[in-house]
Design a protein around this ligand. Sequence first.
Ligand code: FAD
Ligand code: NAP
Length: 326
Amino acid sequence: MAATHSTRMLILGSGPAGLSAAIYGARAGLSPIVVEGMQPGGQLTITTDVENYPGFAEVIQGPWLMEEMKKQAAHVGARMVWDHIVEVDLSERPFRMKGDGGTVYCGDTLVIATGAQARWLNLPSEEHLKGKGVSACATCDGFFYRGKKVAVIGGGNTAVEEALYMTNHSQDVTLIHRRDSLRAEKILQDRLFAHPNVKVVWNKIVERFVGGGDPEGLAALELRDTVTGELSSLDVEGGFVAIGHSPATELFRDKVELDSDNYIVVEPGTTRTSVAGVFACGDVMDKIYRQAVTAAGTGCMAALDAEKFLAEADFEAAAEPALQDA
Ligand code: FAD
Ligand code: NAP
């Protein structure tokens, strides 16, 4: 028979949000269980240099940072389980989740920290040059392209913000969009069009990321015109794919409220979701900031919100018999 694990605080996800919730939850005596998922440590385990996480004057490595967070969570008493949740029942408390191999996890509270994944163009050349000039996070990697020619692909708010962000590092930024108008907000578009260091290339898609040099890095983009079909080439050393993110919320569809982009909706200023006792933190509920430090911050909030929820629930449960006696 499949095992069942029960806890006061069940945490799905072991990125900065989940592990920060675990650290706070463990220190509050809630004996959290962290279900790590397919990517233990989360998105930072697929990057190298991290230069913007506070507390480190030297450049640190993403995988190392996540290992340290995990050790800290374990040290204060959180339990890590390597499993991936495939089924969720939030209809009553304790909430029940089922792992890949049938193990059942029950939580008096649930912290959802399943993150989001950048969408990619899914080109073989993109896969080949990821981390060698091709990135999906200008805020994270833009610094490495100081003084170089770069391109941002996409036409939404993220692409425009990433292009504007890149002007802090590069004098030559090209935004490449597949149509002839942007989806981004007007105010961002105005800023973009007014910037002397940004060019916009309309009606083009990336057909291929072209490598070059030794060690190999991105050297150019092969572009196809979406109207004429014509091919052209653009020399760049950095290519940022900014065509949206997909939050990992498939499991929670119709179970907690999601917004039109499938992010979990939380009550402003809290991590409370539409289901009492279920909290969401990190990239799964944040489509704007999407940084390790903000994920960690909201992870802390989720643990504190869950702790408060449990304290109030315990208080009400304790009060019930007295009321019946009266
Ligand atoms: P994630 O880190 O995405 O973690 C999600 C977790 O949920 C994973 O552990 C996964 O296994 C788990 N999970 C998902 N589904 C399930 C499931 N069904 N069951 C159980 N577990 C599940 N930010 C910075 O601040 N600085 C940087 O330099 C930086 N560099 C980056 C470089 C790259 C290449 C990328 C992709 C991102 C970078 N970021 C950076 C962004 C940062 O990594 C994210 O903002 C942060 O990791 C979000 O944390 P999170 O905990 O919300 O989610
Ligand atoms: P988005 O709004 O979905 O925009 C994605 C862009 O990428 C679109 O312009 C789309 O083109 C393009 N695209 C998609 N697939 C593509 C492909 N295969 N090839 C080429 N181009 C492709 O995503 P986002 O910009 O990440 O924003 C997501 C959400 O977060 C939005 O609600 C946005 O408002 C919000 N957000 C807000 C802020 C802010 O408030 N400051 C910042 C960032 C994000 P088409 O236009 O042709 O579809």
